[in-house]
Design a protein around this ligand. Structure first.
Ligand SMILES: NC(=O)C1=CN([C@@H]2O[C@H](COP(=O)(O)OP(=O)(O)OC[C@H]3O[C@@H](n4cnc5c(N)ncnc54)[C@H](O)[C@@H]3O)[C@@H](O)[C@H]2O)C=CC1
Ligand SMILES: O=C(O)[C@@H]1CCC=N1
Length: 276
């Protein structure tokens, strides 16, 4: 294995992985590949090498695939330099199955991971699953790479990667949505923008710190706030009456199902391409 890292796709997720890669690979060559000139310009401004495609690659380089799932098949067919790549390939693409990546690139060392955008501050929650064909060396290396972004846990069953995509990949979106709702209410009530932003951020960070202690379940933390006959109970009653738990469950299920269907779509595109 060499020290080279190639990141394919420097969009919202790919770019969020860069601080972790900088931290872990200070002495290595990091190459960012993106088809968008604008994205390449942004990354080049950080002093990182950029390219629009992979023309050649060190056989031991680690490749991180952070391009959109529906671009994968085209990418795989046009990137001959990656065919039979011996080094580790980590995909963070939603839905795209390990078997599809192995088949498309004719490789063994594939790890499918779902990080999230808090990777930008090294606070990602990443769930990953390795192909059974991954070498022990690559697996250990993948664990080290993914831990650079924050917490990382490995699951044996690839089926769990779709709910992980919904919960963990998408999680920051739902929390931010909720934060935006709270911020809007704060502004409506007369707090200015800065005050509202601080209040909401600190409420979420503070609650996150209690959750991460892990000695009480989230609902216990909720009950701890609900002083009997007090104000919070009134608010939680509204959430209960509007089936908030079911709404969240439905939303996560929709995202899980879509992750699975993205996996099927990419596999079909890949099968069509390989039978052409
Ligand atoms: N945004 C998120 O929070 C998360 C995203 N993901 C996954 O990460 C991947 C990227 O998602 P986002 O960053 O949100 O999308 P994005 O649209 O912000 O970024 C995708 C990037 O890939 C580039 N790209 C497209 N085709 C390419 C090709 N053939 N070669 C090189 N670069 C190419 C685009 O120019 C763009 O810069 C997706 O597969 C997504 O499922 C996974 C977990 C969380
Ligand atoms: O929305 C998406 O499809 C990606 C995967 C998880 C978070 N963002």
């Amino acid at each position: 294995m060499s020290n080279d890292i190639v990141l394919v796709g420097a969009g919202c997720m790919g770019a969020a992985l860069l601080p972790g890669l900088f931290k872990g690979f200070q002495k290595s060559r990091i190459l960012v590949v993106d088809t968008s000139p604008l994205r390449r310009e942004k990354v080049a401004a950080m002093g990182v090498d950029v390219a629009s495609a992979i023309d050649n690659i060190d056989g031991g380089a680690t490749v991180v695939l952070a391009l959109p799932p529906n671009s994968f098949s085209g990418f795989a067919s046009s990137t001959l330099a990656l065919k039979g790549h011996a080094g580790l390939v980590i995909s963070v693409m939603a839905g795209v199955r390990i078997a599809t990546i192995k088949h498309a690139l004719q490789i063994c060392n594939v790890v499918r991971a779902i990080p999230n955008t808090p990777a930008e501050t090294l606070k990602s929650m990443t769930v990953f699953c390795a192909a059974t064909s991954v070498s022990l060396l690559c697996l250990e290396f993948a664990e080290r790479v993914l831990s650079l972004f924050g917490e990382a846990i490995r699951v044996e069953s690839e089926n769990l990667m779709d709910p992980a995509t919904a919960i963990c990949g998408g999680g920051p979106a739902y929390i931010s949505y909720f934060a935006e709702c709270m911020r809007c209410f704060a502004v409506e009530q007369g707090f200015n923008d800065d005050e509202s932003a601080l209040i909401v951020a600190q409420v979420l960070c503070g609650t996150g710190s209690l959750l991460s202690v892990g000695d009480r379940r989230p609902m216990q933390l909720c009950r701890d706030v609900m002083t009997p006959g007090g104000t919070t109970a009134r608010a939680v009653e509204v959430l209960d009456r509007n089936n908030f738990k079911e709404v969240v469950g439905d939303a996560l299920l929709k995202a899980t199902i879509h992750s699975r269907s993205l996996g099927c779509m990419v596999e079909e595109a890949e099968n069509e391409r390989s039978h052409r």
